[in-house]
Write a protein that binds this ligand. Structure first.
Ligand code: IMP
Length: 173
């Protein structure tokens, strides 16, 4: 861990924001079983905490997506590497993502999942980088809005490293 990492959001700040998001998700889906669809791999830490912050029933589903290939800029190409195991027809779904950057991944996922007939389909991301947007994708729940910098930690990686950091940091090569 010799790279320069500048802590942006310490673990405590993430925990309190995720707790708020969980309450908000439940308030927007009263009495419903919420299907949280985690986008692998970056969102797994966020998912684990968010799922525990939502009171009441949730289901967990996982979707494997490749959009970045180990670098710090988007390739723009999106590929599903692991599809959902179950139908989401008629379910209240929330896509759980680590970060929305260009928005190309989320735009693709929304279009792909919408045709499967969910009752509702929303988006929760830990981090939003609106400065780099290439589509006008709607993000319903945002943990933190950040400037256009490359961040790692709390699930976010650079070449598969740094996902296990309990905080989010700006990566300075
Ligand atoms: P988008 O399609 O450009 O919105 O990119 C979405 C994906 O790119 C995210 O799910 C991340 O995996 C990756 N990504 C975008 N920005 C960052 C970053 O700052 N750090 C780590 N991964 C990022």
């Amino acid at each position: 861990m010799s790279a320069n990492l500048k802590v942006l959001f310490p673990a405590e700040q993430i925990a309190s924001r995720v707790a708020e998001l969980g309450i908000q998700l439940r308030a927007d889906h009263p009495g419903e079983t919420i299907t949280l669809i985690a986008v692998l791999k970056g969102s797994v830490l966020f998912l684990a905490d968010l799922a525990r912050a939502v009171p009441g029933d949730v289901r967990l589903e996982f979707l494997g997506v490749a959009s970045y290939h180990g670098g710090t800029s988007s390739s723009g190409a999106v590929q599903i590497t692991q599809d959902l195991r179950a139908s989401i027809e008629g379910q209240a779904c929330v896509i759980v993502e680590d970060i929305v950057d260009t928005g190309l991944t989320m735009d693709y996922l929304l279009r792909t999942l919408a045709v499967r007939g969910p009752r509702s389909l929303k988006v929760a991301c830990l981090l939003d980088k609106p400065g780099n947007r290439e589509t006008d994708v709607q993000v319903d729940y945002v943990g933190f809005t950040i400037p256009d910098e490359f961040v790692v930690g709390y699930g976010l990686d650079l070449g598969e490293l740094y996902r296990n950091l309990p905080f989010v940091a700006v990566y300075q090569p």
